[in-house]
Design a protein around this ligand. Structure first.
Ligand code: MN
Length: 371
């Protein structure tokens, strides 16, 4: 008998944040919530990446506990490497990362993987149990007895994470195997929910039979409480008749396009990136070379100093007028005139000015008198 989940998932940006850095995944055998950090264009990339790495490989999700653990570690490390590459490419992204709480139903139990401060709860026979331990500074204070769980909810450093998938520190995932029982209800959520609603409230809402109603009510309660953070809930009811719909994502994983998280796909992606970067690098190199080139030419009327070369490349002019003299091209003798119209290459701006002085001395035509 294979057990799985009937699932409901929902995510809300909240009432204060402008973007949603939370991501959730719901499928018949795997539930996951990831809460990204690092601000806009970083947090949502990290959380979407880890969810994407899981969803991309769901077809290969093993059925026994040992293989599931390996599968989880492999894909979480993939996302870790992906985030690490992004940080290496842009050190300003340092500090980006994501939490992950994931639960996988197997033939011999529920595998729970957890890092960060998202949470997994189980409602069994009306009793609510928190199955994960927050990897936070305040949780450490609670465990050492320095503050109470109630004080932790309002502690100024309550968001400080001690562990995350951050692309830098080796991923330290809590892995547990629990028994899987028909009728159990699992709730995975981001701290936008658990940081706001007391456990008793969560338990009372989870007691409702209709999981859709439960998800809506949890989000509504969070909004009523001010919803300063993004909030995501993924609910899975253990059943012999799991949901047969396709896996679905909520939050930024549903909208954020993460190029490719798996190393093989990333290599492919880099190959294309080179095709893009080489012309850019070539252009930049050519452009800086252009800035070392000078010539004396004509702007149509006056002798002019240009930076660049006296050519055009398709629609692009490769020269910029830097200084226009008061010397009319028409006043030059025919040899000088031809040279100016073709462009006389010089070493520098100073050399260009010197050349114009010499041209002035050969000047014979009308307009010379004013020089
Ligand atoms: Mn959060």
């Amino acid at each position: 008998m294979s057990l799985g989940f009937r699932v409901v998932a929902s995510s809300h940006v909240g009432l204060v944040r402008t973007g949603n850095e939370d991501a959730g995944l719901a499928s018949s055998r795997l539930l996951a919530v990831a809460d990204g950090m690092g601000g806009h264009a970083a947090g949502e990339v990290a959380s979407a990446a880890v969810i994407q790495s899981l969803v991309d490989s769901l077809a290969d999700l093993p059925t026994n506990v040992g293989d599931i653990k390996d599968w989880l570690l492999e894909h979480i490390n993939e996302a870790h490497g992906f985030v690490g590459d992004l940080i290496a490419a842009d050190p300003d992204r340092r500090g980006m990362g994501t939490t992950l709480t994931v639960a996988v139903a197997s033939d011999d139990g529920l595998v729970v993987g957890h890092i960060g401060d998202s949470r997994i709860y189980r409602l069994r026979d009306g009793e609510l149990e928190q199955l994960s331990t927050d990897h936070t500074y305040v949780e450490m204070l609670v465990e050492s007895g320095e503050i109470t769980a109630e004080q932790a909810l309002h502690h100024p450093r309550r968001n400080l994470l001690l562990r995350a998938i951050d692309g830098i520190h080796a991923v330290e995932l809590d892995l547990h195997v629990l028994d899987l029982r028909i009728g159990d209800r699992y709730l995975l959520c981001s701290d936008g929910l658990s940081g706001l609603l007391a456990a008793e409230v969560i338990r009372d809402v989870l007691g409702n039979a209709d999981p859709t109603l439960v998800a809506n009510q949890l989000i509504d309660y969070t909004l009523a409480g001010g919803a300063a953070d993004n909030v995501t809930v993924v609910i899975g009811d253990v059943t012999e008749h799991p949901t047969d719909t396709a896996p679905f994502m909520v939050g930024c994983a549903a909208t954020e396009k993460v190029a490719a998280v798996s190393p093989a796909a990333r290599r492919k992606w880099y190959r294309w990136l080179w095709l893009l970067l080489l012309p850019i690098a070539g252009f930049l190199g050519f452009n800086s070379w252009l800035h070392t080139q000078w010539f004396v030419g004509s702007n149509g009327v006056f002798v002019t100093v240009y930076q660049g070369v006296p050519q055009s490349l398709g629609p692009f002019n490769l020269a910029n007028a830097v200084e226009t003299s008061a010397l009319p091209v028409s006043s030059l003798d025919s040899i000088s005139k031809a040279g100016v119209e073709r462009g006389i290459a010089v070493e520098s701006l100073a050399a260009a000015r010197e050349t114009i002085l010499q041209l002035r001395m050969t000047c014979a035509g009308p307009g010379c008198a004013t020089q």
